[in-house]
Unconditional design. Structure first.
Length: 165
């Protein structure tokens, strides 16, 4: 993309069960910040942490590291940069609940997936947060692109809007 350096790679793991021998960590080519719990940090320190990897222990247990705390740590290492959040549904839910998402990029693919029972435990886009009708984040469509049968949607959440219900 014409950038002079690789972006900071940030990984959030409450458990710290990460294999630091993987090339992304061991090669030294990508600066990486791992945000984890105290227990997770202790687990990783036993492996030996490569020079290009920085481990930050946060208060909390597995699944309870606040999105705002993650963002603060990222901004300490890489201030004034764009931050791309590619997280699981609980992490995304926390970022939405704390109103820390400015834009959402969604890809609509022509593949239908369903669930056959109400107690199906497969995760959705956002989990772990219940947005009441007056508190639902609403985005504004900013761009639509098409590639073959896929739609690429870009929404803005930077305006502090809530549910229109």
């Amino acid at each position: 993309m014409g950038k002079s350096e690789a972006p900071l790679n940030v990984i959030v793991s409450g458990s710290g069960e990460i294999d630091l021998r993987l090339p992304v960590f061991a090669s030294g080519k990508v600066q990486t910040l791992i945000v984890t719990t105290t227990a997770g940090a202790q687990r990783m320190l036993k492996q030996g942490v490569p020079d290009a990897v920085e481990v930050r222990a946060m208060h909390g247990s597995v699944g309870t590291i606040a999105a705002s705390a993650i963002l603060e740590e990222v901004c300490r290492l890489s201030p004034g940069k764009l931050i791309l959040v590619e997280g699981g549904p609980r992490l995304l839910g926390d970022f939405y609940a704390q109103r820390l998402i400015d834009e959402q990029f969604l890809t609509l693919a022509p593949q239908i997936a369903g669930r056959d029972t109400a107690d199906d435990r497969r995760l959705g886009l956002v989990m772990g947060q219940a947005f009441a009708p007056g508190e639902t984040p609403w985005g504004t469509l900013r761009d639509v692109r098409r590639g073959s049968s896929h739609l690429f949607l870009r929404y803005s959440f930077s305006e502090s809007r809530t549910s229109r219900i």
